[in-house]
Design a protein around this ligand. Sequence first.
Ligand SMILES: [Cu+2]
Length: 280
Amino acid sequence: MTRGAAEWSSEPYFLNNVALGVCVVIGVLVFGAMFIAMFRFRKSRGAVAEKWSHNTTLEIVWTTIPVIILIVLAYLATGGLRTFADTTGSEMTVKVTGYQWKWRYDYVDYKGKAIDKVGFMSKLDRESDETRQLNSGLDPNAVKVDGYNTYLINVDKPLVVPVGTKIRFVITAGDVIHSWWVPALGWKMDAIPGIVNAAWTNIKEPGEYRGQCAELCGQDHGFMPIVVKAVPKAEFEQWLAEQQAQATQPAPAAPAAASTAPAPATAQASDAPVSQGHQG
Ligand SMILES: [Cu+2]
């Protein structure tokens, strides 16, 4: 488990370590007492069992101590859940919709201003998709971006977000239950048809954060990865302005050529679903 890359993501890390520490201490005490009892007071060494049963003081002690431990753990966990549920003060909203088997991202608002028509599908990158086909003859180890293996964990269009910004996510699904999970953010959230779940993040460092659908959602459940690209605010604002400009312009020619486009046209071809998405 890591601390993650967002403001809140150290919370489950902390809670995990506290709970693990408590478990280790209890484990050492209980198993230590058991092993001492078994080895030092075994029959072959002439140990004779005590005859008494019930000790009120002992029973009060071994009931009270676990109750106190549980109350402390519940108090800490409730604090974590409370801060996770608090989406107030968000500067940006992104709507995430799960589909079989891709994600859709719609940019709802940014710094109090509604965003119109910026949204796109984000699906498994073409290289992974071709490699995963039965008898493709392609090597999964050869699917790389900057020398890093991205087989089945890369997408055609990542979710681009600014760093240092509290981002509210509203998460739903269009067909079956999915779950949007990026470990570096410290949480996952079910995407359920007809229900809008909320979550938030505030990413500290620019970078690419990868994740997966975390709810078994059908045959291609393992082929709908998530890529969150966190960039500096200025870069994000520029990107958003470009997206808005594109959305208000007519779609570029021949978007239907995506499936037959030759390799050099990959960049344009991967843009095509965006404009199609706007029309839909
Ligand atoms: Cu899914």
